[in-house]
Design a protein around this ligand. Sequence first.
Ligand SMILES: Nc1nc2c(c(=O)[nH]1)N[C@H]1C(S)=C(S)[C@@H](COP(=O)(O)O)O[C@H]1N2
Ligand SMILES: [Mo]
Length: 515
Amino acid sequence: MSRMKAISDGLLASITAALLMTVTMLLLAWLFGVATPLVIFGDRLSVFIPADTFLSLMGRVGGYNNMKQLGVGSIIVGQLLVGGFGGIIYGLVMRRRDRSRFIVTGIVFILLPLAAVGILLWPVLGTHYHGLPINRAMVVTLTGLLAAFIVFERILVLVFRFLTRPRVQVNDQEFSPPIGRRALITGGIALLAAGGATELLRRLYRAATFSYDGTQYKGRVVQAITPNDQFYCVTKNVVDPKVNADLWRLEITGLVQTRQTYRLDRLKSLPAVEQETTLMCISNGLDAGLMSNAKWKGVPMGVLLSAASPLAGATKVRLHGVDNYTDTFPLEKAMDSTTLVVYEMNGETLPDRHGFPARVIVPGYFGEKHVKWITRIEVADESAIGFYEKQGWGPDFIVPTRSRFDQPDNYSTFRSAVAANGIAVRGVAFGGDRGISRVEFSFDDGATWQEAKLDYPGTKLTWALWSYDWRPPGPDNYTLVVRATDGEGAVQELDEERPFKSGTTGFHKITVYVT
Ligand SMILES: Nc1nc2c(c(=O)[nH]1)N[C@H]1C(S)=C(S)[C@@H](COP(=O)(O)O)O[C@H]1N2
Ligand SMILES: [Mo]
């Protein structure tokens, strides 16, 4: 066999094998919720990207959604490249042999990759999109990888053998197709596999989070309680979990005397509380709508923790979602009666994209900490950190007091005859878990302030809705500003010392023209 033929047959066989391996992974993900390198590689890598690099990368590729697509695309290309390289080496080695032995190809193409990928992805192997508990999810993820690598190895070996086997002759009759035709057949299979992978990717794409990640709630539609289907949404995932409640468990582990495991029905049988709480994302801009308010129903986390008896030395909890998202907050905050594990949102079962079957509500902290699809509460010490904390977000995760205009729109124009009858100005104000006691409005860029009306005062844990019936003194270009005072009397401020990684501070301003 010529060197060229060894290389080209090795390459063709391995590309076919890598494509079928990708199809296997996508099928496992699609049918059984198995985590595959296609998505968990990105999770594993993104914690090493510092927050500022992450943001500038995100900006350069055109947003979080594009970045996620780029991530998945690169992993697929990477798999094809690594597979192709393996195939070339295999072809060259096979030049001097007539048959490879399974013991060798099994070690090289199944066991070694399994060990390498397993070690590399160890921290994220516990991911499962149908909600298996972490330890079982690890077994399932490794089994899925094993299956995918077996597919690669078997296809590589068999296709290479098919391509290079000498033609068989029986009684002068040609039995196997000529070499050129075999390459054609293999190419056809590879194309089919590529088509299959593309079709599966299309389906996953439709199920993917691209259509709703980053959904905002702001403007004229804003009401005191955000309807579930309009509640803002942020997720790190390409495809969000769709948890099967029968597989799902909530575990209380770590520095506790007695580990606890709850099924959903047991969780729901505990005395429940209802609590209105507003959530806001750490990356919410001053004019943005990554903030919403709902009435949540669930169980105080402190009840679950007390039943497990935290040990001395425990100072934090680390929460784990089935998507391998993690975050932490102080144990003391976890024991607060307003920190909840909830399973209902505005009287309905928690929607999938907001964390079905259960999520955490931790008033006063940024949205990051309100872990969705919660599956484990790990009682931990000071050293525990979470997904976005590893990226360098924080160190402060307490929501600073904020306020926003929802009406009128920025750069609106009013004729003075209309303006003389009053311009309806309204918006929201949010003070974390400190409540809102007062909202002031200015139409001269903060030189003078007017008392706004609190149409919906909310509770300590929610936003307030405010309004002001503004009668502009005459035609002019106006800069409107709003500022809130929280329930403890602290006035909203611009904190120049606060790093952007701890969330923006300052004032929302809009421009209005009266002509
Ligand atoms: N398991 C899990 N929980 C998560 C996230 C996630 O990606 N996975 N995103 C967090 C972020 S960044 C925010 S702002 C809130 C958003 O919650 P929502 O989509 O229900 O509004 O969920 C948090 N909880
Ligand atoms: Mo967020």
